[in-house]
Design a binder for this molecule. Structure first.
Ligand SMILES: [Mg+2]
Length: 218
């Protein structure tokens, strides 16, 4: 959906980009029982997809909804996000979230913060106290590997908007980040390190609000 008055769009990752922390990391560190297989190493060894590694990890924590909500609320979503998004729209920039994580916590946190943006993420529900994530088979951006094909989200935006910016922090953000011009490519964390190693220019940020303010200043 293209919002009226917005000829530009910022496609943004969620975990570690719009938030300071990763939901996956907190679940793994705090809620997954000892003795659970290291699904991330399975992914790194190409035994399972990125989606499967996350799905299996989330599904192995029978923590109950209250604890999972508590973890989500400790991700440290960008404070004042509703105002930042409104300022962006006033400057012609819409915002779209593209995440390989789960819409269950993303949509909950955005709703609590009174933020209304399009979200492309993997669906999920709490069943028997566990977060059960599902592949977004009905999404136009469906990918077997990550659930949501972030590069496709960016390519689609490039086809529809005059300017497309991207912000991210992880390795799944590398391909979509390289699709946008360097002055609209925002990175922190491992994405920033990887872009630096590859000699690819980008704009470094610490907090997502810095991305929003940089775009408003263009
Ligand atoms: Mg991330």
């Amino acid at each position: 959906m293209v919002r009226e008055g917005c000829s530009s769009v910022l496609v943004t990752d969620f975990d570690g980009t719009l938030t300071q922390h990763d939901f996956y990391r907190l679940v793994l560190d705090e809620l997954v029982p000892a003795g659970t297989p290291d699904y991330w190493s399975w992914y790194l060894a190409h035994k399972v997809t990125h989606f499967e590694a996350l799905r299996l990890t989330f599904g192995s924590a029978p923590a109950g909804e209250a604890k999972l909500v508590d973890v989500a609320r400790r991700l440290e979503l960008q404070p004042g996000l509703d105002r930042e998004v409104e300022a962006l729209r006033n400057h012609g920039w819409d915002v779209v979230v593209a995440s390989a994580g789960c819409g269950w916590y993303i949509e909950r946190l955005l709703k609590e913060a009174n933020v209304h943006v399009d979200v492309h993420a993997n669906p999920g529900e709490i069943e028997d106290g566990r977060l059960m994530m599902r592949l977004p088979v009905d999404s136009p951006y469906f990918s077997q590997e990550t659930g949501i094909n972030k590069p496709q989200v960016v390519k689609d935006a490039i086809a529809r908007f005059d300017r497309v910016a991207f912000a991210g922090d992880g390795l799944p953000d590398l391909a979509p980040a390289l699709l946008v011009p360097a002055e609209l490519r925002f990175a922190r964390g491992l994405l920033a390190e990887t872009l630096t190693e590859r000699g690819e220019p980008f704009r470094r940020f610490g907090q997502w609000a810095e991305v929003a303010r940089a775009l408003c200043a263009l």
